[in-house]
Design a protein around this ligand. Structure first.
Ligand code: HEC
Length: 188
């Protein structure tokens, strides 16, 4: 009897949650999105104050730390993902994320503004209704210092990146392209 009850409850809450997609998405965005300008500002300040090479730790440590603080505060899974990875240990997309990243590329090619690209859905994650949300992270001018075409990078920066990330794929971007996405998994 027990498993049946559990199943019924689970199905019911999933259906109820599905109706709340808009409200849940709005609440998730309100909570999570302020971290995006925080990371970009931290990067801009670090590049301006210390130079690009010294700013590498900002993207390597400070960006993940700001995201970690948000994870601790919310209990949700939050990270950055990309199709072209610099740090595969942290930023490897799962199947859902791969599909959405490909969809973002198609939507951008069809004329949507990269900074407006986002996607949310309620999915069944191992029997638990889960809100998934992704927001594209477009390449701004400051990003080109470390993600621009390899031959345009400062030689010192290029050497530091190669030493830390020997299989770095995250170069060769132009302004306005999609560098990756912020991704949230929020169990309901
Ligand atoms: C000072 C150099 C530097 C600048 C400027 C920079 N990044 Fe990065 N970026 C890095 C490094 C280093 C990593 C790898 C971090 C790690 O080890 O987790 C990274 C990783 C990322 C990732 C995670 C995916 C991956 O490939 O590992 C995203 C997304 C990203 N950067 C986006 C941006 C965006 C968007 C900008 C501009 C707003 C930007 N970065 C500017 C150095 C930089």
């Amino acid at each position: 009897m027990k498993p049946l009850v559990a199943l019924a409850v689970c199905t019911f809450s999933f259906a109820a949650a599905a109706q709340d997609l808009a409200a849940l998405t709005a609440d998730t965005k309100r909570t999570v999105l302020p971290v995006v300008p925080k990371v970009v500002n931290a990067m801009q300040e670090a590049v301006a104050e210390k130079g690009v090479a010294e700013a590498i730790p900002v993207c390597k440590e400070q960006a993940p730390r700001l995201i970690q603080e948000l994870k601790t505060a919310t209990g949700w899974s939050i990270r950055r993902v990309s199709q072209k990875l610099r740090n595969p240990e942290r930023a490897m997309p799962d199947t859902w994320e791969q599909t959405v990243l490909a969809e973002f590329e198609q939507r951008a090619a069809a004329g949507e503004k990269p900074e407006a690209l986002e996607k949310s859905a309620i999915v069944d994650d191992g029997g638990r209704a889960t809100l998934r949300y992704m927001k594209a992270l477009p390449v701004a001018d400051v990003c080109l210092n470390c993600h621009g075409p390899a031959d345009s990078l400062d030689p010192g920066v290029r050497a530091m990146l190669q030493a830390t990330y020997p299989r770095d794929q995250a170069v060769g971007y132009a302004r306005g392209q999609i560098r990756g996405a912020l991704t949230v998994k929020r169990p309901l």
